[in-house]
Ligand binder design. Structure first.
Ligand code: ATP
Length: 989
């Protein structure tokens, strides 16, 4: 069978029970069985948890119903003070006739009647106990005790009522017995017991005299008194049973005091053989009582001429009667008991001997046990942990009165005391021990007695609540118990062979008591379950709040996780982009490595595989073929403002020295296809070696000092061919590495002139070389760096970096085989036209800070005050060297153009270049200005934005353009664009 699982509830609690028992097949269970073919079975609705009902319930703090003070009743304790009797009365009491029943030996106190008489007179004079009010008395010790033992007066209060010595029998009845009688008539059982020393008036209070009847005759009169209010005589019948418990040598025995009574026996608080004499009127009752009094054992003692020697119990039972077929529940099994106890005696005082002494011991023992039972009950009620002692087992009286002494039935006590000083000890002993009994409580005595009616009178709401928490079974059990109790009670009554009411009373009360106990337990369990449910609900509510908080935290963490994921994705994207640009980064890194390589001498050797001395032109040429792009890439690293600022400072500091800084950077060498940018080819660059062209006649070499490795460019002009070389030298190193011609700087400086045989490279080979860059590096301390790019030896482009002219003159050594020391007029046509003129003995360089109109618009270097950085398109046409113009024109391609940045110090307009002879002696000059020459690539990229490559190249191409270069026009343009893009991209990155 396919069953559907109930829908999951997020806040449901699964409770696993023990393995289920096999339930009995009931009709209801069978009706709920699901047929196998039923496919449309729906999940029964689970009743919701009765939270509202649980929370609306008010659980009492003390679930014990017995603690309800409203339903409890304290033991009523009355005190009656016997008046001081005149001496005559005492003497009369001591009449031997009246003491006929007393046994020998007589009271020894009788031996001196005169002394007793005197003492009695004294007693009548003083009273030790006086009633303060209706509830308290003052006990005053006699004078002798006050003086000797310093005993002080004591006040006892809290009594239900204190009957003074002058109180009447009627008053006692009305205030003490009448309420009990009324309760008895209304169906409430009760008991009244007298307790006091011998001769204190117990018997007098109970029975009285014919002239002044006691409480019993008055009760009987009250019971059989016609009820005027009801308008008709009550349909009741009462029975009276009177028996006594007297002592014997082996123990106690019971005697029925009713007429024809005999010795009785007791079994489980039930007296067998006790006659219950049904009386119909007060007269019959009084007759029965009088007969009992005659049969009661009394004796004359020194304390009382007619002292009671037994415990007398009178039970007035109300027999059930019917009102026209209806049961009168109020009259069923109601008993009013009156107990006249024998007074405790002091042997010293009574002088009892023999049988009297035995009786006295029995009386004292019974009184003591009675008191112990009440004390135990009191202590048990004070501290429930203390068990209720079973003192009742020590006497027949207490066994019979067990329910009363255990607080299960309501009772009252009347204490009788004698007010004489001689009775002070008896009085104080009684008050000290019996007055605390007034704190004994009788809880729900009436509910116990009317348990049946209470169970039937349970409200419907309470039944529903009990059904919820105790289940239907509990309610059924409860009802079953009630029925059982009812049947049990009725059965006991029916099975009772003895028609006496007293025998059936005790079991019935026991059943009611048991029912009450069960009910109390159920009530307590109900309270416990309510508390549990409330606590459980509070716990669930707290867990629910915690769960909400946890869910909120989880949601927050989830959102954070999403954000982190998005960030991760973005970072991945960026990483991919970076990877995609990895070539550029790699390119950049290569460029950085390149710069480092330039500054590292050893690195250079590794890259080239050549030392300076091992330089080979062919290899240099090969390297130059790979260095074309590298020249384009090394620039971004040095294309910053640092060189410019250095130039500014340099120019300022060298104004007086007529120095000018010329910085020429060949930015774009477009004379060859190899200058097309290809970043993948950067790894094999060799920027140190550049062979551009052979200078036809002169060498221009100089060492440059930088902060790091020094790059200097040596241009050798040999006849009709250029030799362009670049060597590197580290700072403070005198062994620069020359690349391109195989000559070191020292050789160049020392000789100032390179022999063609040594430096010259095969002219034809050079002409075929694709690299067309010529860099002229001039100056010892100050240098002029000129880079000339040329393709096919036509129209070299001059690019210079700022150095003073004097140094230029000193450093430049342009020698030609043909026209050595001829005056050379070098003119740089640029925005700041530089004209270097050189006479025969020396070269002179003139700087004209005049911007050409053609390039003024593209000039973009207004920042520096003393430095004008412009793009210079220098050709050998504009750079006129008189002595070799012709040769150079023959060699240079007019169409070749190089954009140069020329930074010129304004103050160095006129520079007298030293003669060649002076130049020979230049190393001997003590003072040399500092030289600072940046590499051509750095210069190139620093002023990158100022370049106007395309236009000028186009113009120059057009101006000098021959048909030969028209074919390469497209390539050059693309190369420039590629270079431009590359530089732009690197600058942004
Ligand atoms: N309130 C009273 N007014 C007048 N006389 C009283 C009062 N109480 C007691 N008496 C008298 O005191 C005497 C002793 O009383 P009673 O026999 O009742 O004492 P008791 O306590 O019963 O003594 P016991 O315990 O020995 O029987 C009786 O003669 C009685 O008449």
């Amino acid at each position: 069978m396919e069953t559907k699982s109930p829908p999951t509830c997020p806040y449901s609690v699964t409770v696993r029970r023990n393995p289920p028992r096999k339930a009995r097949p009931t009709t209801t269970a069978k009706s709920r069985q699901i047929p196998a073919h039923s496919s449309s079975w729906t999940v029964p609705e689970v009743p919701s948890f009765p939270t509202e009902e649980i929370l609306s319930m008010e659980v009492s703090e003390n679930p014990n119903p017995k603690s309800d003070s409203s339903a409890s009743e304290n033991l009523r304790v009355f005190l009656r003070i016997r008046p001081l009797l005149p001496s005559t009365t005492l003497i009369r009491d001591q009449n031997p006739k009246s003491r006929a029943r007393n046994v020998w030996p007589q009271n020894p106190a009788k031996k001196n009647p005169a002394r007793d008489k005197i003492s009695n007179k004294k007693k009548t004079r003083d009273a030790c106990v006086k009633a303060n009010d209706h509830q308290s008395v003052t006990l005053s010790p006699p004078l002798n005790l006050q003086e000797s033992k310093r005993v002080k007066s004591e006040v006892y209060e809290g009594f239900s009522h204190v009957f003074a010595s002058d109180s009447s029998q009627e008053e006692v009845y009305e205030k003490m017995v009448s309420p009990l009688v009324e309760d008895f008539l209304t169906g409430k059982s009760g008991m009244l017991a007298t307790l006091g020393p011998s001769g204190s008036g117990k018997t007098h209070t109970v029975f009285g005299t014919p002239r002044d009847p006691g409480i019993l005759p008055r009760t009987l009169h009250r019971i059989f008194k016609p009820n005027v209010e009801m308008g008709s005589e009550p349909r009741r019948s009462f029975s009276i049973s009177i028996f006594e418990i007297q002592s014997e040598r082996k123990g106690e025995k019971l005697f029925d005091l009713s007429p024809g009574g005999a010795e009785l026996s007791m079994q489980n608080s039930t007296i067998k053989g006790l006659q219950e004499v049904t009386v119909s009127d007060a007269r019959q009752a009084e007759s029965l009582v009088a007969h009992a009094m005659l049969n009661r054992l009394t004796a004359s003692t020194n304390a009382n001429s007619q002292s009671s020697r037994s415990q007398c119990i009178i039970n007035i039972c109300s027999v059930a009667s019917k009102f026209k077929g209806e049961d009168d529940y109020q009259g069923n099994n109601v008993v009013l008991s009156i107990v006249d106890l024998a007074g405790a005696e002091r042997e010293k005082k009574t002088g009892n001997q023999g049988a009297r002494l035995v009786e006295s011991n029995f009386i004292n023992n019974t009184s003591m046990v009675f008191g112990l039972c009440l004390r135990s009950l009191l202590e048990h009620q004070k501290n429930p942990k203390r068990p209720l002692q079973k003192h009742f087992q020590n006497s027949l009286l207490t066994r019979y009165l067990r329910d009363y002494l255990e607080g299960k039935k309501r009772m009252a006590l009347i204490l009788t005391v004698k007010s004489g000083e001689e009775d002070y000890l008896d009085t104080t002993y009684l008050l000290r021990h019996a007055s605390p009994f007034m704190r004994i409580r009788f809880d729900n005595v009436e509910e116990q007695q009317n348990n049946k009616r209470q169970s039937q009178a349970l409200s419907r709401n309470e039944r529903l609540k009990r059904m919820k928490f105790s289940g239907v079974e509990a309610c059924v059990i409860e009802e079953g118990n009630a029925n059982e109790d009812e049947h049990r009670t009725s059965g006991q009554v029916c099975a009772k062979e003895d028609p006496k009411i007293f025998k059936s009373e005790i079991p019935d009360c026991a059943s009611l008591e048991s029912s009450y106990v069960e009910l109390a337990e159920k009530e307590r369990s109900s309270q416990i379950w309510q508390n549990f449910a409330k606590a459980f609900w509070n716990a669930l509510r707290q867990y629910k709040e915690k769960l909400k908080v946890a869910e909120h935290e989880i949601q927050h963490l989830t959102e954070n996780l999403k954000l982190e994921k998005t960030r991760y994705v973005e970072l991945e994207k960026k990483l991919e982009e970076a990877k995609s640009c990895g070539t550029c980064s790699q390119q950049k890194s290569v460029e950085i490595a390149l710069v480092e390589t330039e500054r590292n001498f050893n690195q250079r050797e590794k890259l080239n595989g050549l030392g300076f001395s091992d330089f080979d032109e062919s290899k240099a040429d090969l390297c130059s073929s790979n260095t074309g792009p590298s020249e384009c890439h090394c620039s971004p690293q040095k294309y910053d403002s640092t060189p410019r600022r250095d130039q500014v400072m340099f120019s300022k500091t060298n104004i007086e020295q007529h120095a000018f800084n010329v910085r020429a950077a060949s930015e774009s060498i477009r004379t060859s296809d190899k200058f097309d940018f290809n970043p993948d080819e950067n790894q094999n660059i060799s920027p140190q070696v550049q062979v551009r062209e052979y200078c036809p006649s002169q060498w221009v070499d100089k060492e440059q000092e930088l902060d790091g490795p020094v790059r200097s460019l040596v241009v050798g002009v040999v006849d009709d061919s250029y030799f362009s070389g670049e060597f590197s030298q580290q700072k403070n190193r005198k062994d620069p590495i020359f690349s391109g011609s195989g000559h070191n700087a020292e050789d160049l400086q020392d000789s100032k002139c390179l022999e063609m045989d040594d430096a010259c490279v095969d002219n034809e080979q050079v002409k075929d070389a694709p690299v067309r860059s010529l860099v002229v590096d001039v100056g010892d301390d100050s240098s002029l760096s000129v880079e000339i790019s040329q393709k096919y030896q036509i129209d070299p482009i001059f690019s210079g970096s700022g150095h003073n002219a004097g140094d230029l003159q000193d450093s430049i050594c342009l020698e030609t085989d043909d026209t050595n020391a001829d005056v050379t007029d070098l003119t740089v046509s640029s925005s700041q036209s530089l004209v270097m003129r050189r006479d025969e003995s020396c070269s002179s360089v003139e700087l004209d800070n005049v911007l050409s109109e053609e390039e003024q618009g593209s000039s973009n270097l207004p920042e520096l005050e003393d430095i004008v950085s412009t793009k210079v398109c220098a050709t050998l046409d504009s750079l006129v060297c008189e002595s070799r113009v012709e040769k150079s024109e023959e060699l240079l391609d007019p169409l070749t153009s190089v954009q140069e940045n020329l930074v010129i110090t304004k103050d160095s307009e006129d520079v007298n270049a030293p003669s060649s002879e002076q130049r020979v002696d230049m190393p001997s000059k003590p003072e040399k200005p500092r030289r600072r020459l940046l590499p051509a690539s750095s210069v190139l990229l620093r002023d990158f934005n100022t370049l106007d490559i395309d236009d000028k190249s186009e113009k120059r191409k057009e101006s000098k353009g021959g048909k030969k270069f028209n074919a390469d026009e497209r390539n050059r343009t693309q190369g420039s664009i590629s270079l431009l893009r590359l530089l732009n991209h690197n600058v942004r990155v």
